[in-house]
Design a protein around this ligand. Structure first.
Ligand SMILES: Cc1ncc(C[n+]2csc(CCOP(=O)(O)OP(=O)(O)O)c2C)c(N)n1
Ligand SMILES: [Mg+2]
Length: 685
């Protein structure tokens, strides 16, 4: 590799100054890692010219207003290279002072390792990066979909930007990127430009260990991408030419493969896995700076001309680009007041108007039983006009999960409709839904599949919670009650597994009315991600005249059925088991036992209520029994005993599977009697 950029194209630029900028990125990155004593110097050293080409030239961004809606998006999928991003952000004038770089990876700094995007953007300029390789690539696909959808809806007067991503070998070894690339190719996301750091090194050594035969470019071409390559990461002109060519593509996404040397020019570590994930060491840092012609005694040093060139230049260009957009945007607002109103609501991730008044009312007299997935379908149609930029779909199960907007078009290559056909690609769906939300302007993007397949998208669900993204995960076929498909399809541990994710709201409505409320709460009240867990089988439409109204769902758990005064016992049930609890209540009432039934569609929302409310619903000292067609682990937080299914299910008609696995009102009534006996024994003892 050459020590200085090759000059393959005539430019009016000051090549020496460009080189100093690139090398300043390099030196800041290795200083940050060195000071932290941890981090990843290899990719920042190798890919600094690409970061420079992007941040100082190609990206249309305004460091003084990192959230300007029409900015280009940049995703560092290989989030381990975060010092590369921090150095670029600092040098281009974002509010990320050198002191933050000095506190790389330290508690409370704005320069964490693998910076995720928080709802409020912890680090200005970080759209997102990812820890789990491949997720960021999927996010970028979602962002490009968002741009496409919004451009079509609001015209390129107001939406006209690109999504760039930087990926590593690991990103492309991960299967999720195959799914996401295939989808991006299918949709022809021409505004997506992905740069691949082909340094032929991963943690365990050279890619020849495990990635020798794969031709990534050929694979992407097969997906329908445009590809190009740059054979020397130090060839700034070639990089810029490749990016420019990518930006000229509007029909197909582009992969630019850049051959780099990890850790270049660290004399002892370049080209080896040793440069990937550990500080270089003081001697090697000095030697690297010397190789770059920098003063080895200077730390976190930014030459004045570099600062002037990168910072002033980017801020000036960014401000001008944003200003031009603001003018177009104001003119558009005046011409299109209705759309502008919609835009404002969408930017705030909210419906145009409250959805409550338009929600359907389900009358048990008209229809006595309805699957909550079917109720969900009806509810979605009623709120659809109030969230015109809500986009989503199922992973090839729309017929089953019933999550389509009926009167709306599909999201295709030709037209960005609201119904996305994700294909059988749960991993990519998860990451792209997150990307749709990260982009902004798309209200509650959603992805849907069977509850059991949530396992295939768990990393994305986890990241949605970590980043507090306003997305909806709609999971149907929520218990062994789905029946004949058998135990591979019957979720038993999934509710608990989802509840274990901090910040994720899991909502399992008991009937049609609760399903309507569940969507309302999702669209209007919960800031972060929500899992809607719905039944395949019909459930009784509860007679709300004789019971409490479904609005109680907003508090997570509420008293559904209860005689006045202190009950003898409490049944706490979720989803399909609420009807079972009501039956058991009737049985026990005939025996003189007064049972309260609490519907608990969301443990998280209930836990967030104040102690007084929680004690009203679940008074201390009253034996409480949980009922849920799933493993019982976790219910001891709320109840003294639980009726559930602590084993895998079995292939049988749904009703029989439920009965044989103990989900009967007799079993539930028996558990209440046991709990009352246990309480009495304790009292005597
Ligand atoms: C899903 C996932 N698995 C494993 C890791 C741990 N990990 C971090 S980087 C990396 C691979 C490093 O190779 P590459 O992606 O080529 O990055 P480079 O070293 O070239 O910068 C691995 C396995 C991860 N971050 N995410
Ligand atoms: Mg690599």
């Amino acid at each position: 590799m050459s020590a200085a950029p090759t000059s393959s194209g005539a430019t009016s630029r000051d090549a020496a100054l460009d080189q100093r900028c690139v090398d300043t990125i390099r030196s800041l990155a290795i200083d940050g890692v060195e000071r932290a004593g941890s981090g990843h110097p290899g990719m920042p050293l190798g890919m600094a010219p690409v970061a420079y080409a992007l941040f100082a030239r190609a990206l249309r961004h305004n460091p003084d207003d990192p959230l300007w809606p029409d900015r280009d998006r940049f995703v560092l999928s290989a989030g381990h290279a975060s010092m590369l991003l921090y150095a670029a952000l600092h040098l281009t004038g974002y509010d990320l002072p050198l002191d933050e770089l000095r506190h790389f990876r330290q508690w409370g700094s704005r320069t964490p390792g693998h910076p995720e995007r928080d709802r409020v953007h912890v680090t200005p300029g970080v759209e997102t990066t990812t820890g789990p390789l491949g997720q960021g690539f999927g996010n970028a696909v979602g962002m490009a979909m968002a741009e496409r959808f919004l451009r079509e809806r609001y015209t390129d007067q107001v939406v006209d930007h690109r999504t760039f991503a930087m990926c590593s070998d690991g990103d492309f070894m991960e299967g999720i990127s195959a799914e996401a690339a295939s989808l991006a190719g299918h949709l022809g996301l021409g505004r997506l430009v992905v740069i691949y750091d082909d340094n032929q090194i991963t943690i365990d050594g050279p890619t020849s260990l495990a990635f020798a035969t794969e031709d990534v470019e050929a694979r992407f071409r097969a997906y329908g991408w445009h590809t190009s390559s740059v054979e020397d990461a130090n060839d700034l002109d070639a990089i810029e030419a490749a990016i420019a060519a990518a930006c000229a593509q509007d029909e197909r996404p582009t992969l630019v493969r850049v051959r780099s040397v990890i850790g270049w020019p660290a004399p002892n570590k370049q080209g080896t896995a040793g440069a990937h994930g550990a500080a270089l060491g003081a001697q090697e840092v000095r030697a690297t700076k010397q190789a770059l012609g920098l003063d080895p005694d200077q730390d976190f040093h930014v030459p004045a001309d570099v600062r002037e060139h990168m910072m002033a230049g980017c801020r000036e260009r960014g401000a001008a680009a944003q200003q031009a957009w603001e003018e177009r945007f104001s003119a558009w607002r005046e011409r299109k007041p209705e759309l502008a109103r919609e835009w404002d609501a969408a930017q705030a991730a909210r419906p145009i108007e409250p959805v409550g008044p338009s929600l359907p009312v389900f009358d048990p007299g008209e229809r006595s039983a309805l699957a909550t997935r079917s109720a969900g379908a009806t509810v979605m149609q009623t709120f659809a006009p109030l969230v015109p930029t809500m986009v989503g779909g199922a992973a090839d199960l729309a017929e089953s999960t019933k999550t389509e907007f009926k009167e709306e078009a599909s999201f295709t290559r030709e037209h960005a409709g609201r119904n996305v056909h994700w294909g059988v690609r749960e991993h990519a769906m998860g990451a792209a839904v997150n990307g749709l939300a990260q982009h902004g302007g798309i209200v509650r993007p959603y992805g849907s599949t069977f509850l059991m397949f949530s396992d295939y998208m768990r990393p994305a669900i986890r990241l949605s919670a970590l980043m507090k993204l306003p997305v909806a995960w709609v999971f149907t076929h929520d218990s062994v009650g789905l029946g004949e498909d058998g135990p591979t399809h019957q979720p038993v541990e999934h509710l608990l597994a989802l509840r274990a994710i901090p910040g994720l709201v899991v909502l399992r409505p008991a009937d049609a009315a609760e399903t309507a409320q569940a969507w309302r709460v999702t669209l209007e009240e919960v800031e972060g991600p929500v899992c809607l867990v719905l039944s395949r089988q019909d459930l009784p439409v509860l007679n709300r005249d004789a019971l409490a109204g479904a609005e109680g769902l907003a508090r997570g758990g509420y008293v559904l059925a209860h005689a006045d005064g202190q009950p003898d016992a409490i049944l706490v049930a979720t989803g399909s088991e609420v009807a079972l609890a009501l039956e058991a209540r009737t049985t026990l009432a005939a025996e003189g036992v007064d049972v309260r039934v609490v519907s608990m569609p969301s443990c998280e929302l209930f836990a967030a209520q104040d102690a007084t409310y929680r004690a009203e619903v679940l008074p201390a000292g009253v034996p409480a029994v949980a009922v849920e067609a799933a493993i019982t682990l976790g219910w001891d937080r709320w109840t003294h005993a639980a009726v559930g299914i602590d084993r895998f299910g079995a292939s049988a008609p749904g009703a029989e599977a439920l009965t044989r696995l103990g989900m009967t009102s007799q079993e539930v009534a028996g558990a209440v009697r046991d709990a009352l006996r246990a309480a009495a024994d304790t009292a005597v003892a």
